[in-house]
Design a protein around this ligand. Structure first.
Ligand code: NCD
Length: 319
């Protein structure tokens, strides 16, 4: 353990943030710092999973008000591998159903001695509200359609590891751009690191206003395929849609499913990403999801490393 402690040391002085609320507010340097540390954590975990003690004595709580498989598990594993204790809060069995407010619930948990709150909520801005009302660190694990910073970071880490760089690459985000927090965090992170970003999907889910911040938009996946280095295939967020944005899933799939025929139109080394959960046959066919271009499970592995880096930076010892 001694060498690993030396390797990570105290949290670097250049990291001054108490919270991670989104990638929009981070600088390219801060994003790169998280990604660099995540690589070290990934290497350390490949050597031994016995756990670093960088957050020993600390407690992280998962405060999830929306469903989650990967993100919640990944944050718990990350915290435990840093030596922290973890606690899972379930909104359905809590006093929220007795009328307690979101802030009161969080303040009560904090009063029990919590160091980091990891929050997922259907309302955009909910993590910011907590950060304004609590003394502990707050990490956004997805706030409605707004941001999902650790997902953006793990996607970018996977691109960097697989393709060796981010700057100068053309990355297409395909699908439900209007309701996807993964899309927003990717857009901010990728743009800051110098990638070209294309958002692609039906016109009801892709706004031309993205062009105002230098993001290209396209309604035709077939048109953009030959020039993209990365395709990040986003799920249709049915739970956030109030009206149907297209006539049928079949019609959507006809135009936007990444299948073998479309793969043949791409560059030879195109990288296929998806944040999960994937709907096989809608965003991507099984053959492509499980094929050699796909890094979908690598994203999940990188997610633990990214979350270790984030939890350590917001909750670790400073000089
Ligand atoms: C994403 C989410 O919850 O925003 N999934 C995830 O965190 N792995 C994307 C999605 O649900 O489609």
């Amino acid at each position: 353990m001694a060498t690993e402690t030396v390797q990570f040391g105290p949290v670097p002085e250049c990291w001054t943030r108490q919270h991670l609320l989104g990638l929009e507010e981070l600088s390219a340097e801060e994003i790169t710092l998280i990604l660099d540390k995540a690589v070290l954590f990934k290497e350390a975990m490949a050597q031994s999973r016995s756990g670093l003690q960088l957050l020993s004595g600390k407690t992280c709580v998962n405060l999830f008000f929306e469903n989650s498989t990967r993100t919640r598990t990944s944050f718990s594993l990350a915290a435990r591998r840093l030596g922290a204790q973890t606690l899972d809060f379930s909104s359905s069995t809590s006093s929220l159903s007795k009328g307690e407010t979101f802030i009161d619930t969080a303040k009560n948990l904090e009063a029990m001695g919590i160091d980091v709150v990891i929050v997922r909520h259907r309302t955009p801005g909910a993590p910011t509200l907590l950060a304004q009302n609590l003394r502990c660190a707050v990490v956004n694990a997805g706030d409605g359609p707004h941001e999902h910073p650790t997902q953006g970071l793990l996607d970018i880490m996977t691109i960097r590891q697989r393709l060796g760089r981010v700057a100068g690459l053309t990355v297409a985000l395909v699908g439900d751009i209007a309701h996807s927090r993964t899309a927003r965090s990717n857009i901010w992170g990728l743009k800051k690191l110098g990638a070209e970003v294309i958002v692609c999907g039906p016109s009801t889910l892709v706004s031309p206003r993205w062009a105002e911040i230098g993001v290209e938009y396209s309604y035709s996946l077939d048109d953009i395929l030959p020039r993209v280095d990365v395709l990040n295939l986003l799920r249709i967020q049915l739970e956030r849609q109030f009206t149907r944005p297209f006539p049928s899933v079949r019609e959507y799939a006809h135009l936007y499913t990444m299948d073998q025929r479309r793969l043949e139109k791409t560059k030879d080394d195109v990288l296929i990403l998806a944040p999960g959960p994937i709907n096989r046959g809608v965003e991507v066919t099984p053959a492509v999801a499980d094929g050699p271009h796909s890094a979908i499970l690598e994203q999940v592995t990188n997610g633990v490393a990214v979350r270790m880096a984030v939890l350590w930076l917001v909750g670790g010892k400073r000089d």
